[in-house]
Design a binder for this molecule. Structure first.
Ligand code: ADE
Length: 224
C-alpha cells in the first residue's frame, strides 16, 4: 500500500508513524508513507494556501487551487482520496478494514475552518472524522487513520490473531480485562479463573467481563 498525506504540517503527520510497528511496516515494504507540504503547490508569490470566506464569516479556508494541483500530481487510477475533517463520517474499525484493501490512499488534511467545498464535491471520495471534537488541523487525524489502517496490512502485526481478537472486531463489545504476572501485586490478585487452565470457563468469564466493561464505558455499543 501507498499513503500520501497532503498537509501544511508534514512533520505532525509523520512523527507518530516513525516509531515501532508502523516504522517497521515501512522498512519491510508493507507500506510507503509520504507527507507532502501543501504549500509546495501554492503558485502565487506569497505561496498562500488559505483565504477569507465568501459571503463573510469567521476564519479562513484552504483555497482550492493548491489542493487540486497536489491531488492531480499524486493521483492514479488506483487512488482513493480522503479528507480529514470533523464534518466527516466517523472513522471506525470497519472503515479501517475497508481502507486496508486499497492500493493507494491520498489523505488531505483540513486546517483553519476547513476547505473550499469544490474540493469535497469534485476531488474527495470520502470525508473522515476521527471523533466528535475539533483538532487544530487534520494532520494528527491523518496519523491516527494511517496507523489504524497500516497495522491491518498483511504481515504488519507479528501475531495475526492480535488484530482479530481485540475490541471492535466484534463492533458491539469491548475487550475483556487482561492481566499478566505477578499473580499477586500489593494485595491485588489476578482473577482465579484465569489461572485455572479451564479454557471454556475462561472464555465464558471473558465474555461476561467484556459485557460489563462495555456497559460501563460504552453503553451506546450495546444499544447498537
Ligand atoms: N480536523 C479537525 N478535527 C478533526 C477531527 N475530529 N477528525 C478529523 N479531522 C479533523
Amino acid at each position: 500500500m501507498k499513503i500520501d498525506i497532503i498537509t501544511l504540517f508534514p512533520e505532525v503527520a509523520l512523527g507518530p508513524l516513525r516509531e515501532s510497528i508502523i516504522k517497521r511496516a515501512q522498512e519491510s515494504g508493507a507500506v510507503t508513507i509520504k507527507a507532502h507540504n501543501l504549500r509546495d503547490w501554492a503558485s502565487d508569490k506569497h505561496r498562500r494556501t488559505d483565504d477569507y470566506l465568501c459571503g463573510g464569516g469567521q476564519g479562513m479556508l484552504l483555497k482550492p487551487e493548491p489542493i487540486f494541483a497536489a491531488v492531480e500530481a499524486l493521483k492514479t487510477d488506483e487512488s482513493r482520496v480522503l479528507l480529514m475533517t470533523p464534518q466527516g463520517q466517523v472513522f471506525k474499525q470497519a472503515v479501517a478494514r475497508r481502507m486496508a484493501q486499497e492500493k493507494h490512499l491520498i489523505i488531505l488534511c483540513g486546517h483553519y475552518e476547513g476547505v473550499d467545498h469544490r474540493v469535497i464535491d469534485h476531488l474527495v471520495d470520502e470525508e473522515l472524522s476521527i471523533g466528535d471534537y475539533v483538532l487544530t488541523n487534520g494532520a494528527v487525524a491523518a496519523a491516527v487513520v494511517s496507523d489504524a489502517i497500516v497495522r491491518l496490512l498483511p504481515g504488519v502485526l507479528g501475531d495475526e490473531r492480535s488484530s482479530q481478537e481485540e475490541s471492535f472486531s466484534d463492533p458491539s463489545l469491548l475487550e475483556a480485562p487482561a492481566y499478566t504476572k505477578p499473580i499477586e501485586f500489593r494485595g491485588m490478585v489476578v482473577p482465579e479463573v484465569l489461572l485455572s487452565g479451564h479454557h471454556s470457563k475462561i472464555m465464558e468469564w471473558k465474555r461476561v467481563e467484556a459485557i460489563n466493561r462495555t456497559r460501563k464505558n460504552r453503553p451506546d455499543l450495546l444499544d447498537e
